[in-house]
Design a protein around this ligand. Structure first.
Ligand SMILES: Cc1cc2nc3c(=O)[nH]c(=O)nc-3n(C[C@H](O)[C@H](O)[C@H](O)COP(=O)(O)OP(=O)(O)OC[C@H]3O[C@@H](n4cnc5c(N)ncnc54)[C@H](O)[C@@H]3O)c2cc1C
Length: 384
């Protein structure tokens, strides 16, 4: 039987996050966004609400929920603001999840309680200045020396890497050569503040301006051998599986933005008058909003389906790519339409739709570009 209704617990979570986003985030996020500032206090409050621990077991301080719960929460956050949604997405799905999925019992005990409570933030350093889509082309290296990994290289565009809450970044690095001559890539935890680990200035970005994105460099950074995450040489496979899940989360975030565009447009179309009547009385405007709702609703089904397969333990790569590709393009389309519905005010930063417009584009780029998703879907179909 198909049943995509939320159960009582998930519906309560959805309502709680919706209220938090409307009451706490909405009134203040615009100012942080315009100042390019990371709102530590709001992030702490999201931690107190339990958002960073949603899909983790209670023994690590998590909520004992599922990855789908995380996605539902991300959708409601992004319906109001994407900077805070990506802060949670990256903190959970990229910061804590690699340790939970692949870490040793000691690593889990050391890091997960802090990461689940939101008292600490983790980051995931895969992309390098020389390339993101071709992630296997990693140039950062790590060599074993006297029981320590010595890391050299750099990473680009890393979310949550330099906030005052950040305590670690897990990086991928070349640790040797595979028997087939390819690069052996491993994942290693680098605690913030380790000597030789430099965190660059925040990038000046088009969108997600209240989130933290940095370039990182590693110059003879020494961390204990035990900081290896999972098996040596499994780093590439690990991050591919982390990205498969992450695509469902980015899809949920995209659906939230697309739905936020509908919310704002319905409101504005009822209030704004032109030619003696609300603009929403014009079919041209009403149809734009109807189309936006159609896209948001169908994109939601795409991520529900991918999450359902993942929770059932079935292969879900193709569905995750479909959901990510479709909903990020829906977010872009809805942001364009919502700005149009708002006319000149849609171009003013004080209106949420202007933020949605600026935040939508990255959804087609981060955690695998639209072209990469099309490649993955085509390959899964046996073409390309
Ligand atoms: C705000 C922000 C936050 C980010 N956060 C993180 C993070 O926390 N951790 C992290 O590791 N990374 C992060 N990233 C990096 C992001 O995942 C990469 O930017 C993305 O994967 C694309 O890589 P790239 O920028 O190197 O583009 P490239 O790989 O250089 O691609 C450039 C263009 O070429 C296309 N292209 C590349 N190869 C092919 C091909 N074979 N066929 C067709 N087209 C192709 C791409 O689709 C794209 O259009 C972030 C990026 C941004 C902007």
């Amino acid at each position: 039987m198909l049943d995509y209704r939320l159960d009582d617990e998930t519906e309560t979570l959805r309502k709680t996050v919706r209220e938090f986003a409307q009451e706490v985030i909405a009134p203040q996020i615009g100012e942080f966004y315009e100042r390019d500032e990371f709102p530590v206090q709001i992030v702490r409050q999201m931690g107190e609400l339990g958002l960073f621990g949603l899909p983790f077991p209670e023994e690590y301080g998590g909520a004992g929920g599922t990855y789908f719960d995380l996605c539902v929460a991300l959708e409601e956050l992004a319906r109001v603001d994407s900077s805070m949604a990506i802060t949670v997405e990256a903190g959970v799905s990229l910061g804590a999840m690699p340790i939970y999925r692949f870490g040793t019992p000691e690593q889990k005990q050391e890091w997960l309680p802090r990461l689940c409570s939101g008292e600490a933030l983790g980051a995931f350093g895969l992309t390098e200045p020389g390339g993101g889509s071709d992630a296997g082309a990693t140039r950062t290296t790590a060599r074993l020396e006297d029981g320590h990994w010595v890391i050299n290289g750099s990473k680009a565009f890393i979310t949550n890497a330099g906030t005052e809450l950040t305590q670690l970044v897990t990086v991928t690095a070349v640790t040797g050569t595979r028997p087939d001559g390819g690069k052996e890539i491993s994942s290693i935890i680098v605690p913030s503040g380790t000597e030789g680990f430099a965190v660059g200035q925040r990038y000046s970005k088009v969108g997600w301006n209240a989130s933290d994105t940095r370039e990182l460099s590693f110059s003879d950074v020494r961390v204990p051998e035990e900081n290896l995450v999972g098996e040596r040489g499994r780093g590439y496979a690990q991050f591919l599986s982390i990205l498969d899940e992450g695509r469902i989360a980015i899809s949920a975030l995209s659906v939230g933005l697309a739905q936020g565009c509908v919310d704002e447009s319905v409101k504005y179309a009822g209030e704004r008058e032109a030619f003696g009547q609300p603009i929403g009385k014009n079919q041209a405007i009403a149809f734009m909003i109807a189309d936006m709702e159609v896209r948001a609703s169908t994109a939601r089904l795409a991520y529900y389906r991918a999450a359902e397969k993942m929770l059932r333990g079935e292969p879900f790569k193709r569905e995750a790519s479909i959901a990510k590709l479709y909903s990020s393009e829906v977010a872009m389309d809805n942001a364009r339409y919502a700005t149009q519905v708002h006319g000149g005010y849609g171009f003013m930063n004080e209106f949420p739709v202007a933020r949605f417009y600026r935040d939508a584009k990255i959804l087609e780029i981060g955690e695998g570009t639209s072209e990469v998703q099309r490649m993955l879907i085509a390959r899964d179909l046996g073409v390309g």
